[in-house]
Ligand binder design. Sequence first.
Ligand code: PMV
Length: 325
Amino acid sequence: MNRQQFANTIIGDRSIDLKKSATAFAPSNIALCKYWGKRQRELNLPVNSSLSISLGEYGTSTTIKVIDSKFDEIFLNGNQINNNDSFAKKIIDFIDLLRQNIDFSVRVNTINNIPTAAGLASSASGFAALTLAINELLSLELSNKELSMLARLGSGSASRSIYDGFVVWNRGEREDGLDSFAEKLNFSWPGLCIGLCTIVNAQKSISSRDGMNRTVESSFLYQSWASQAEHDILLIKDAILKQDFVLLGSTAEHNSLSMHATMISAFPPVIYWTPESLAMINKIHLLRSKGLPLYFTMDAGPNIKLLFMKENEAEVLASFPDVKL
Ligand code: PMV
């Protein structure tokens, strides 16, 4: 099955009622057990299941408006992007999947309140918000499960940004990808905090897509990744259930560092860390050795996400005054 066939299968024989415009918001998410590696590229089917927490009001708001023009127009944070730019192309390709033979053009306005492509997962909230907005524009009334599978075609982690709170993306087994979607875990943990430390607010050198493909192709360490992820996701679910912060933080940090180990052992290596990232990791470890329960996770970029409990917020802020909560 190709992407178009997959999108057609999800939409099925729903009747389409094209509205004039639609707006949707989706939160960004941070994986505590990472998605790293595809078992099938065309449909973005992952090697392993992953588990994330959403970032609440940090995310993407997308407005999609039908316009009287031959071409789509793509705006990012108020600036028009050339349709040949890779960012615009990905959005237009995604909309093409869902246009369902109706001849219309749109203006897409994407507003991110998080840095784009700096390891803060704006592609996740971006494709999730776009999927939600198109669902509204075409009056499709898709279920969350269907929305999650469509968002997955834009970016794997977008499958998780359809929901807020804790979310699991089950890898699924099927070749047609119809069992690979995210679901919300019905647990909340009010005292759990995530702090965003922005080291670099710029486009990353290697996209997560290229980075993970290169890792799968060339890293010998990658062979152990799937079994570690399977193990870690169980521990993290258990930590959430028991509200055991040390178990959650230590497992998430270990999972993230193990993912980076597979990247570094790819060839050519995929190294997202900068000296500033490493200095921050050392600082976190030093503070932890002095008794502060502080952990971190990192994605495909140099930025660090701190994990800590509300009762330790003042101490964390004292050591990391620029952290965004
Ligand atoms: O969804 P993608 O293709 O941008 O990949 C996301 C990969 C990580 O952010 C590193 C991990 C994750 O699960 O979000």
